[in-house]
Design a binder for this molecule. Structure first.
Ligand code: NAG
Ligand code: NAG
Ligand code: NAG
Ligand code: NAG
Ligand code: NAG
Length: 324
């Protein structure tokens, strides 16, 4: 009797533990009649004009892009040492951090949280910044001897930083979690090769793109610090850079070496191309030249930072179910 009770207790606590497991994504609705999501294959240039420049309507090597909760676009205008903000529908940028003469400032990544705090990976200054809205207040996290390339705050007061350790040629990259308050650091992943792009889900699982060689890039999922290599979700990619997820857990990424945007379907792990090679017009202007970053707005429109064309393009969501 005692033993039976013990087993019953064991089973019920096990079930309790399983149901308390964190699930970061929305459950897909009825899948039996869903339709695949579609995006326009013809981009609209919404920031920058295809030529390099430093005026309000131009960009100098746009690196990261981020859509905030108002669907305003933030761009790491890397070559101009500034972070530009383009209000939704406007092609005129305002500088929200940095300046043309601030030549040591190379923003590698930005993030705006729901309280309008701005996070910046301040690459060459080897620090991560948290800037508070309407205030000169900030938190500076010294990344010590490392260059932060990508940044992602979680909902627990930490920021995840993908950083290149400054030890000369062939230096390792690390994924590190810093407490914003204390700067205390937890090393998360170490065995990454040229990773770029970072997404952290609500359960603290990180995703990154790992460009290993020309043809063996991977998208990796890193659950915790005991799992330094992470789980390879897909391999054999040509220089993947940047990842982002939707609410159903589909993983979108830039396959830079193939000039296309793809996604890993959360239903079955298949890889689908969502925006294919851009090559519609004859004289080159339609071609992407080194796409680096992908982002979405609240209406699921897709944005691409077209690095060497000095512009950001938007691809309209044409309907369908994201969960399909
Ligand atoms: C899902 O959709 C199919 C096709 O419309 C329908 O036959 C089925 O009853 C639906 N299932 C649920 C759980 O709504
Ligand atoms: C699937 O079918 C159900 C029942 O007919 C309907 O309510 C639902 O909207 C459909 N879902 C999609 C994604 O078309
Ligand atoms: C901005 O661009 C103009 C025109 O190309 C150039 O003459 C000027 O030196 C640039 N300014 C800075 C600060 O780089
Ligand atoms: C950049 O220019 C502004 C305005 O002219 C000036 O106030 C600032 O000190 C300069 N900053 C640097 C880093 O030179
Ligand atoms: C910052 O100030 C502007 C102008 O006063 C205001 O419209 C905006 O709501 C403020 N933002 C935050 C996050 O407090």
């Amino acid at each position: 009797m005692g033993i039976l009770l013990y087993f019953l207790l064991l089973i019920s606590t096990t079930i309790g533990a399983l149901s308390a497991e964190c699930s970061p994504f929305a459950a897909p609705p009825n899948l039996s009649n869903c339709t695949k999501p579609k995006w326009s294959q013809q981009g609209i240039t919404i920031a920058g004009d295809g030529t390099e420049g430093n005026s309000t309507t131009k960009l100098g090597h746009p690196f990261c892009i981020f859509l905030d909760q108002n669907d305003d676009l933030l761009v790491c205008d890397f070559g101009n040492h500034r972070v530009q903000k383009f209000q939704s529908g406007s092609n005129v940028g305002t500088t929200i951090c940095g300046a043309l003469n601030n030549t040591g400032f190379y923003p590698g990544d930005v993030f705006v949280d729901s309280d309008s705090n701005l996070f910046i990976a301040d690459y060459y200054n080897k620090r991560a910044l948290k800037l508070f809205p309407n205030s000169s207040d900030s938190k500076i996290i010294d990344t010590k001897n490392s260059y932060p390339g990508s940044i992602y705050p979680d909902n627990q007061g930490n920021i995840f930083v993908l950083q290149l350790v400054d030890e000369g040629y062939g230096s390792p990259w690390q994924l590190v979690k810093y407490s914003i308050e204390t700067g205390e650091k937890t090393r998360f992943a170490i065995e990454l090769t040229n990773p770029s792009g970072l997404y952290v889900d609500e359960c603290g699982t990180a995703y990154t793109a790992n460009a290993r060689g020309t043809n063996d890039g991977t998208i990796q999922k890193i659950i915790n610090a005991r799992d330094p290599k992470g789980i390879v979700l897909v391999g054999g990619l040509k220089e993947p850079t940047d990842v982002t997820l939707d609410r159903y857990g589909n993983v979108y990424f830039v396959e830079r070496g193939e000039s296309r945007i793809r996604r890993i379907n959360a239903r079955d792990g298949t890889v689908e191309t969502v925006v294919d090679k851009q090559g519609v017009l004859v004289f080159g202007t339609q071609y992407w030249n080194d796409p680096r970053n992908v982002a979405f707005d609240s209406k699921h429109n897709l944005y691409v930072a077209d690095f060497k064309n000095f512009r950001v393009q938007k691809f309209l969501f044409e309907g369908g179910d994201l969960f399909c």
